[in-house]
Design a protein around this ligand. Structure first.
Ligand code: NAI
Length: 270
């Protein structure tokens, strides 16, 4: 369909071929986009990002820790040099909580780790947008998408401090979306995705059971990573130009379902 023909974008967060960012890069490339790929320098040593870059017409890979404004400046500058112009879309696909990783309970958080969770998983979106704005790096009608989870609105006990990070991420989406819309018609949205089997996802305690629960609570079933990538492409395209400052549920109907027949049937007494 060439939905992204002539557009150029930066994709954060492709760690391996399970990553939602990896699938989005593949789909964006297939729809005609030019790409620059980025991830934290440490993730790059572990990851297979060069393989993805080769599959996307040798897209440049520019390492950037998304909590470092210096790294982000070098990233946007490098991307503009490569594209010979501004950036049309950005995918923020970044999440990490030391408290989750190290199994700290939500009622016993280590606060320096909470700061890190918020910095990496939420404030990095603000830093990305502020850096882009200062460098005037995004085109008019440009589109920025950040990935989030419904734990921002409702409590899922094992999601831990990532829930607080996602609430902040969605708030930054709205607040910066206002200012960037007024300044340059840039739109900023978050996509709230079903649980998906990836490295970040499977770090959450009880994730397998949780995926099954979510599947049986969603009329369409859990949305896959591939389907999420397709939605991201739609949001980068010109077909969604007036959508901004939204949190968009991409979850097979989970967010609007109180209870499903499948789940309630488990409580029927003999
Ligand atoms: P993933 O583990 O493949 O991706 C997370 C990425 O964040 C990795 O590439 C990692 O290197 C990157 N990252 C961590 N710290 C960074 C830093 N300081 N600077 C730059 N990048 C850094 O996992 P997944 O699931 O593809 O995660 C992508 C996004 O989707 C995250 O925001 C996640 O919270 C969100 N999400 C995931 C769901 C799931 O069930 N997998 C559900 C809903 C949202």
């Amino acid at each position: 369909m060439n939905l992204l023909n002539g557009k150029n974008g930066i994709i954060f967060g492709a760690l391996n071929d399970m990553s939602i960012a990896w699938k989005t890069a593949e789909q964006a490339h297939a729809q005609g986009a030019g790409l620059v790929l980025t991830n934290a320098p440490v993730a790059m040593r572990m990851g297979a990002i060069q393989e993805l870059a080769a599959a996307c017409d040798n897209a440049p890979v520019i390492p950037a820790d998304a909590t470092s404004t210096e790294d982000l400046e070098a990233l946007f500058q490098g991307a503009m040099d490569h594209f010979g112009g501004k950036v049309d879309f950005v995918l923020h696909s970044i999440g990490m909580s030391p408290n989750v990783r190290k199994g700290r309970h939500y009622t016993d958080l280590k606060y320096p780790w909470l700061q890190q969770t918020l910095d990496v998983s939420a404030i990095s979106l603000h830093k990305t947008l502020q850096t882009a704005m200062k460098l005037d790096a995004l085109s008019e009608w440009g589109s920025v998408v950040a990935l989030t989870y419904i734990a921002a609105q409702r409590t899922f006990p094992d999601y831990n401090d990532m829930a607080d990070a996602k609430s902040l991420l969605e708030s930054i989406t709205r607040s910066f979306g206002y200012h960037y819309g007024v300044a340059n018609k840039v739109r900023v949205n978050s996509i709230s995705q079903s649980p998906t089997m990836t490295t970040a996802g499977s770090g959450v305690k009880g994730f397998d059971e949780f995926m099954s629960y979510s599947e049986s609570m969603s009329p369409l079933g859990n949305a896959t990573g591939e389907a999420c990538a397709e939605y991201c492409v739609a949001m980068f395209s010109d077909l969604t130009r007036y959508v901004t400052m939204q949190n968009l549920f991409h979850d097979g109907g989970f967010s609007s379902t109180g209870v499903s027949t499948e789940v309630i049937s488990k409580f029927v007494k003999d």
